[in-house]
Design a binder for this molecule. Structure first.
Ligand code: MD6
Ligand code: FE
Length: 221
């Protein structure tokens, strides 16, 4: 199936168990890259979701999304009947999104550098929570203003099957399992590739319980 080029210990501390896999030009998977940050990142996740609770957005078509979402950073991704967009304010609280926690920013910048995108300055982190049965249909991330910056995507908790296609919705998709601690970094000619997440299978993970948490860092403005 997928023709991965795996290279062990290309980056990071010499005792890092991380492995780097090329998914497509500009798209790499850093297996286990976030493991050393997990404790601090999950603590920050719990604190920030108290200020900006996870919620189920409604798509412009009127469907309630199965994935629960929230944001931190200056720009937050929101959806309602009027469309998808980024907003400075949380529509639930009417206040700015919580600041990006330091452990989030540090991890995102370390991963971007390891993937060859030095100087990444994310101003948005979309936080996704999947419970068994939740899925994300094929989409492009194209509401950001600047496509030169990559997206850094951190997976925590239950594993999920990531679908990675091409620049057309109908292009063939690769299927890649994303595990606890994996980080995908995604830019260059793959920046606008269609992608999605297959229906989450039931299970329990020691770090998150019965769910998968995904953090995607973007440069929006
Ligand atoms: C997820 N991720 O993994 C959803 N988008 O839960 C995304 O939609 C995504 O992982 C752009 C780049 C990487 C991603
Ligand atoms: Fe996406």
């Amino acid at each position: 199936m997928t023709d991965f080029n795996a290279t062990r210990d290309l980056f990071g501390a010499s005792d890092s168990p991380a492995t780097r896999l090329d998914i497509a030009p500009g798209a790499v998977l850093l297996r286990g890259f976030a493991l050393e940050d997990v404790q601090a990142v999950l603590e920050a996740f719990h604190t920030m979701t108290l200020a900006a609770p996870l919620r189920h957005f409604v798509t412009p078509g009127g469907q309630t999304m199965s994935v629960a979402m929230t944001n931190c950073g200056e720009a937050g991704w929101v959806s309602d009947r009027r469309g998808y967009r980024y907003d400075r304010l949380d529509p639930i609280t009417g206040t700015p999104w919580p600041a990006m926690p330091a452990p989030f920013l540090a991890l995102a910048q370390r991963a971007a550098r390891a993937a060859g995108f030095d100087g990444f300055k994310p101003d948005a982190c979309l936080v996704n929570r999947y419970v068994p049965g939740a899925r994300l249909t094929l989409h492009q991330d194209k509401n950001e203003r600047d496509f030169r910056a990559p997206i850094v995507s951190v997976s925590l908790g239950l594993p999920a099957k990531f679908l990675f296609g091409g620049l057309e919705r109908t292009d063939k998709t690769q299927r890649i399992m994303l595990h606890h601690g994996d980080v995908a970094v995604w830019g260059g000619v793959s920046r606008l590739a269609f992608h999605g997440v297959d229906t989450l299978k039931d299970g329990v993970h020691s770090a998150t319980g019965n769910c998968r948490i995904n953090l995607t860092f973007r440069k929006v403005w």
